[in-house]
Design a protein around this ligand. Structure first.
Ligand code: GLY
Ligand code: MN
Ligand code: MN
Length: 463
């Protein structure tokens, strides 16, 4: 945990920003896997972690904006729990450890809420719950129908949380860099294993082990695939073969649940062939362009478009695209080879705050999402500010089904050389991803550099 002053200050800021009413921030509960006592590893809710820092299940935090009091509600454990778990701090002790002076049981919480409802026109603020048990808990506490709970989530609270959590403090950056240090071990170790005859699951398993060796889980299911043209390919069954690119998109969480999200793409066997090197260097040039131009004041939508120009020029040089570069990018023809956005915010969630609704995190009144294929998938488009942590993750994917569809429809046919593209349909995909911090003057790639150029990757794989 951070020092308790961090959580006190965050809650004070939140109460100030909301001004009036009761804020309810629910922690997560245990989630059964195949029977009630066999649970998935516990993952605390990120908003709860941000404002209360506590890892125990079943906690509910409450902030009273009118009198400045904070509360934590949960039931204490008794001896029947403790014989299985060992000694556990009381709810009161847990609350005190993060500077919360008031605590009570879940029955006390219901009484507190009832009292608020009865005594005056209380305004309740809560975030959109994403787990069924938390929807049900709010439904019971507030007397709202289960299906209506999400629609009453507080936009004021969402925006106040986005405002605070978007700007990472020095101590948060240290945690994120700790997560990237573990991701370094995951990626460099897996690169060295990427030899013909191995199976994807061996490398994916290695990465998960390295993540836990850093004292946390992976930050999302590992993507480890020789079919990187499938953007989020979670299948790990294939045998590695020379001639395939292996896309490794994986990160981890620290013990405090700060994340990393790194992608490296490597040639199975450790030597890029000419086609692989050509595409790789185009994607790398795009990835470096993002690092070159990202700074406060530019929107990430503009950065995405600038990166798109680099990629499109590269594909033009290879004869895959044709025509005027401005027109190619304006019409989104390059998106055939990159149907996703350049990146997203990252912090306590790998896609930070996505539970608040992506549009509320990545966009604002000034910058609205594009409706164009590709650019429309950009998760964070708004103006960059110092303290933002975003991913920089361009890619190139030859997706046979999409190529065939556009070809049949004639989509962007004036800009695409479909005959040439036929030769690339067996290529697979490449993605390169780093996590960057927006600074006062530009940006900084976080963490110890992970081999990224063709030369660095070949040297690492053949060491
Ligand atoms: N790992 C998913 C992503 O890079 O966004
Ligand atoms: Mn990723
Ligand atoms: Mn990412």
């Amino acid at each position: 945990m951070f020092p308790k002053s961090t959580y006190i200050q965050r809650r004070e800021q939140l109460r100030k920003d909301i001004g009036h009413g009761i804020i309810i921030i629910q922690g997560n509960h245990e989630a059964p896997c195949n029977y009630p006592d066999n649970t998935y590893w516990f993952r605390q809710d990120s908003s709860f972690l941000y404002f209360f820092g506590l890892q125990r299940e079943d906690l509910v935090g409450v902030l009273d904006c009118d009198n400045g009091k904070d509360y934590i509600f949960a039931n204490d454990y008794d001896i029947n729990d403790i014989i299985w778990t060992g000694p556990l701090p009381s709810v009161k002790e847990l609350a005190a450890s993060v500077g919360v002076e008031n605590s009570g049981s879940l029955k006390d919480l219901q009484a507190f809420i009832n009292n608020q409802i009865a005594s005056h026109q209380a305004k309740f603020h809560y975030l959109p719950p994403y787990r069924a048990d938390n929807i049900r808990q709010l439904s019971t506490l507030l007397g709202i129908k289960y299906d209506a709970v999400r629609s009453y989530a507080s936009m004021d609270l969402i925006l106040a949380c986005v405002k605070q959590r978007s700007i990472k403090s020095g101590e948060e950056i240290e945690e994120i860099e700790r997560a990237i240090a573990t991701a370094y071990n995951m990626h460099v170790g897996a690169m060295k294993m990427a030899m013909p005859g191995r199976y994807e699951y061996e490398l994916a398993g290695f990465m998960q082990g390295e993540a836990w060796k850093g004292n946390g889980p992976v930050s999302f299911p590992v993507i480890m695939t020789i079919h990187g043209e499938t953007l989020h390919n979670h299948n790990h069954d294939h045998k590695l073969e020379t001639g395939r690119m292996l896309v490794m998109d994986a990160g981890c969480e620290t013990a405090m649940n700060y994340c990393s999200d790194i992608t490296r793409s490597v040639p199975v066997g450790g030597k890029f062939n000419d086609r692989q090197r050509a595409i790789y260097n185009i994607v790398l040039a795009g990835q470096l362009e993002c690092i070159r131009i990202s700074r406060p004041g530019i929107t990430y939508q503009e950065v995405h478009t600038a990166v798109s120009r680099i990629l499109a020029q590269g594909y033009k040089d290879l004869g895959i695209l044709k025509g005027n570069l401005d027109d190619i990018v304006a019409n989104g023809a390059h998106s055939l080879l990159m149907p996703h956005g350049l990146g997203h915010m990252m912090g306590l969630d790998v896609h930070d705050m996505e539970d608040y609704g992506q549009i509320n995190v990545g966009y604002d009144n000034e910058t609205r999402p594009s409706e164009q294929f590709g650019l429309g998938s950009l998760r964070c488009g708004r103006k960059l500010q110092p303290g933002f942590v975003v991913t920089d993750e361009p890619g190139c994917y030859f997706i046979p089904a999409l190529i065939d569809k556009w070809n049949a429809e004639g989509t962007n046919k004036e800009f695409i050389n479909f005959a040439e593209l036929e030769k690339w349909k067996d290529f697979g995909g490449i993605r390169i991803e780093d996590d960057i911090l927006i600074t006062e003057t530009g940006c900084r790639v976080l963490g110890k550099p992970i081999p990224k150029t063709v030369e660095e990757i070949e040297a690492t794989m053949n060491a």
